[in-house]
Structures are given as C-alpha cells and as structure tokens.
Design a protein around this ligand. Sequence first.
Ligand code: C2E
Ligand code: MG
Ligand code: MG
Ligand code: MG
Length: 274
Amino acid sequence: DAKDAGRNTMRFYNPVMQTKVNHQSQMEAALRKALEEGNLQLHLQPQLDEGHQVFAMEALLRWQDPDMGWISPADFIPVAEASGQIVPLGEWVMLQACRLLAGWQQNKAMADLTLAVNISARQFYHPHFVEHVEYCITQTGIEPRYLELEITESLLIDDLENTINKMNLLRGMGISFSLDDFGTGYASLGYLKRLPLSQLKIDQTFVRDLLSDPNDEAIVSTIVALGKSLDLKVIAEGVETPEQAQRLKELGCQAFQGYYFGRPAPEAHWLTSL
Ligand code: C2E
Ligand code: MG
Ligand code: MG
Ligand code: MG
C-alpha cells in the first residue's frame, strides 16, 4: 500500500481530497475579499418569551458574494475556524453587533432588546478576545447587559479553568452567556453549574421531530428540568410550526426561536415590524 512505498512518495492521487483543499483555499481567499469589500452583513432572528413578546435578537452572519451568490455560514464558518479567519471575521461581527445595539438603545421600541452574538471557540480563546469586546463596548457606548454571547459545548472540553475565568471577566462587564446547540456536545453536566451561564438553548435537532419522536420529548423535558434546577432560562431553536411551539410550552420551555416566529432578516425589516 501507500505506506510501503515510502514516506515521501505520494502514491495515490485522491481527487475528492484535492477538490476539498482547492475549495477550502478558494473559500479562504473569497472570504478575505468579502471582509475587505464589505460583502458581509448581519441578519437578525427574534427570540420570544411565553407571551410571544420579542426579548432578544440573534445576529446571524450573511455573506453575499458577487459571483457565488449567498454562501451559508454552515459552509464558511467551519472554513474560517480552520484557517483562523474567524478571528478578524468575529471581530467584525462583534463591532457590527455593538453598533446595532447602540442604535437600538436610542430607539424606544428596541431599547429593551438583547442582542445575541455567536462566538466560535477559536475566537473565544484568542488572547485579545476580551480586550476586543471591551473595545467594541467603549467605542459604541452600549449598555453591555444587553449583549449576550452564544457559545457551544465545544468550548468546554478544553481548558475549563481558563474558560471559566474568561467567562467571569466578561460576566463582570455585564455580558451574559447562552449555551447554544445544547445536547449535541460533550459537556459534562458537572461543568454546567460552574459556568456563569444565563440560558440553555435546546438544539434544533431535538425540536424537529418533537411531535413524533418520544426520545426527543424526553430530551427536551430533561433539558428543561436541568435548566430549572440550575436556574437557567431554556430556549428552543428551530421552532417551525405552532404545534412544536405548543408542545415545547407544555414541556416547560420558556422561550422560542425559529421560522414559525420569524426568519433571520436584515435590521431594517425589524425596525418597521416590531
Ligand atoms: P446557530 O447559532 O445554532 O444558529 C441557528 C441556525 O438555524 C441559523 O442558521 C438559523 O438561520 C437557523 N434557523 C433558525 N430558525 C430555524 C428554523 O426554524 N428551522 C431551521 N431549519 N433552521 C433555523 P445559519 O444562519 O445558517 O447559521 C448556521 C450556524 O453558523 C449558526 O448556528 C452558528 O453556529 C454559525 N454562525 C452564524 N453566524 C455566526 C457568527 O457571526 N459567528 C460565528 N462564530 N458563527 C456564526
Ligand atoms: Mg446561535
Ligand atoms: Mg444553535
Ligand atoms: Mg446550530
């Protein structure tokens, strides 16, 4: 096999792998250009409480390339994470998010809204992360208690002490934390009580088949119970139908986000419809 042929010999050409590599470096170059040329924007998706009042918006990054069209974050965020571009990209998102928030805080209809920003592990662990967040807050003059960071369990498998310290620093500034995609990762439940979290976000994979799959119902109930005992708000993402919303409510879920309530849209859309 290839190994027997010697370490320095590339015996087999793997077209699939090659395509992936090309795709990856093309994507990196295009992404760099997008950041320079301003082809990125934030869309916002509402989060609603039990009374269907909007209390927060999640910022979701959108990239419209002049040649390739709309590119999904599910495709480019992993590339940006792998290349390290997530750091400048994430900094752009954070400053942009704080600018939006600063505008809302001058606007009666939006003044009480929290803005949730997704943060990748690599971004969070960057040595200048906290400083940059502080810079954005000072630069825009926002009230930081309206800023929420959505982190995932992938952040918690690393250096837990370091994670907790960093979270506490940000928490001390007034920022809150939501644990995104909850239930899909590896976080031990013992970690949860040590983290300064405000919210658990039930992953959309448990919402999708909630009405037909008793396992999903059991998982949702378990997360709700966990949230109650740890004093964390529980929100469900990916709510697409009124039936799902109703079932989630019956199971004790306190907040909702999904296409049923509103798709991610540019700020201008919400300014006129809230
Ligand atoms: P996420 O943070 O878990 O965001 C939820 C995703 O589900 C979003 O996809 C959203 O548009 C989509 N969604 C919302 N409601 C529904 C629904 O009812 N049904 C279905 N099927 N989907 C729904 P999107 O915008 O494509 O983002 C994908 C992921 O990319 C996000 O998952 C997040 O992990 C990442 N991402 C997005 N923006 C950023 C960003 O600014 N920074 C970082 N680091 N990651 C981001
Ligand atoms: Mg999120
Ligand atoms: Mg999520
Ligand atoms: Mg997700």
